[in-house]
Write a protein that binds this ligand. Sequence first.
Ligand code: GSH
Length: 227
Amino acid sequence: MLKLYYHPSPNPVKVALYLEETNTPYEIMVTDTRKGDQHTPEFRALNPNGKTPVLVDGDITVFDSNAIMLYLGEKIGKFMPANTPQTHAQLYSWLMFVATGIGPYCGQAVHFKHFAPEPKEYAVNRYDFEAWRHWLLIEERLSQQTYMLDEYSIVDMSVWGWARVIPFVLGEGAWEKLPSVKRLLDEINAKPSAQAVEAIKTKYTFKTEVDEESRKNLFPSNERLKK
Ligand SMILES: N[C@@H](CCC(=O)N[C@@H](CS)C(=O)NCC(=O)O)C(=O)O
């Protein structure tokens, strides 16, 4: 059975959504990043980058959420556009846009707004600006068509992973400027597959506090400031 090394955060949830959407059996391998599970030698052997998710499929290991989405899409053959240069150009462009834009800028916006020490005005401004800029491009796309590609696909699932946490990233009023993103989020949230993903965090125990131990495990760069 597939093993999904998992924490209930934006990048791992998109993979769980794909597995639920395709009724693919999988085992959750709890990887509690607040407790430091991502830094063990066993985990680093699976993902040298020390981050969730990782998928183990027999003797095959895939890390990085969007790589896993492509791996599963190609293996299982569902929620992938037709294999033409035109449709794959759109697939790769938008999936990489999520991977290199939405994910990193939202992640840094969250870090600086909610977790970084002062002074942080410059960084908050930059990452909030960039996170907004990226989401407004998704909004524009989704205001013109129902899904990111011609049909519901792994790209929408990747968008969903981060759309779930938009108020935490951009602020409580964000949906007013992102109605089409909210439409897609609501549509996916209403699916039993998405509800099954949300239930994972209640079936397993994950640390919720962001205390000194969590900060040490999530933000190892802070250690350099103490020297
Ligand atoms: N590019 C990676 C980023 C993975 C990532 O940042 N994962 C987060 C959860 S969303 C994590 O494991 N954080 C723990 C840490 O940074 O130590 C992907 O898309 O999988």
